[in-house]
Ligand binder design. Sequence first.
Ligand code: ATP
Ligand code: MG
Length: 424
Amino acid sequence: MAKNLQSVRGMRDILPEQSSSWQFIENIARELFNSYGYKELRTPIIESTELFKRSIGDATDIVEKEMYTFEDRNGDSLTLRPEGTAGCVRAGMQHGLFHNQQQRIWYIGPMFRHERPQKGRYRGFYQAGIETYGIEGPEIDAEVIAIAARFWKKLGFKNVRLEINSLGSNEARQAYRDVLIKYFSKHEELLDEDSKRRLHKNPLRILDTKNPKMKDLVSNAPDLLDYLDDESKEHFEGLKQRLDGMGIAYQVNSRLVRGIDYYNRTVFEWITEELGAQGTICAGGRYDGLVKQLGGRATPACGFGIGIDRLQLLVEEQGLDQSNNNPHAYFVLSGKEAELAGLTIAEGLRDTHEQFRLLVNGGSGSFKSQLKRADNSGAEYAFILGENEVTDKTITIKPLRNKQKEQQTIAQADLDEYISNNLL
Ligand code: ATP
Ligand code: MG
């Protein structure tokens, strides 16, 4: 194929053979979020560039180098959304969802970041997330984390580890920031290029470095938890107490800072060792200052984002999706009259059996080639309607997978009962 007709680097097609594991994950997500009383919010994939700059922060990887930003025909600067929270806050403010109200919201959809593509890291990827607004106490942080824990349970994941930390209030974080700048400045010769660049813009991010040469420097850095304000300390204790109460295991990691500026107090990540380097499958925390930062009234907020692509890798590698979307039956229609009668019978069957998956042959073809298609479709049975069957008002049922079962011809009038008893 001509090179310009390939998909864009880092953007993936999910082919019909693979989409079942995506649906498996997304269906569980929808049901789970709804079961906690959360409702879906769908926002546009394109927003003004300004929104992301003002919410995610200028000195973050996303805004510095990962956004797909372009001018539209009017010369307005637009960006393909790199994450879901900014759009939710924008929509909530625009439609007055935050004033004197609590909101529990979820979303699922594609996000875009210009990163170096590798396993578990793509330029077009999917996130599911939840967002809560207007609830201040640690009980909502605990609920948000419990939803993720239940998600892993429903998917059949084992060995997912939870790390939590508290970034404290903005003031506490500011004070810690100054202490960090002092500490790292003293050891500037040990900083790599990235960290030097971050030193004055975003020193907390240095703690997040993956550079092994800086391991000692980072582990000897002053501890964030020593700088927490009293209220944040209490909040953090309240969260831990509730996690203990629900039997959700965690590790406190005082080096966990997250790559987005808007977080305060609680931050957390869920990590698996089974995906190599891209092991973080869920990340979140509180962002109490975000609504105000974007021009709204101060509104406490808490949520997470989940990388669906990474979940899908786990589901596929571990064979966790046992759902079967293959047709129950493939309808073989042999001869002109059968082709006509077949559609009518098929629609009648669909009226009666909502769960029945029936694939009707299209494009005629010999009896033999139709049976071959039936086999390739993965169907359990071929339903065969030929000239004899049309005349006799019968239908022939041929098992395609189970060799023990025998082919049989039954009256069309008995087909509904046959399907109920044998196929569903
Ligand atoms: P990372 O450190 O892996 O770059 P991040 O801090 O940029 O992650 P968030 O912005 O918190 O990630 O997004 C939440 C989740 O979305 C991540 O934990 C991950 O599972 C998923 N995710 C983020 N970026 C990508 C990507 N480029 N491709 C696939 N999944 C991604
Ligand atoms: Mg990233």
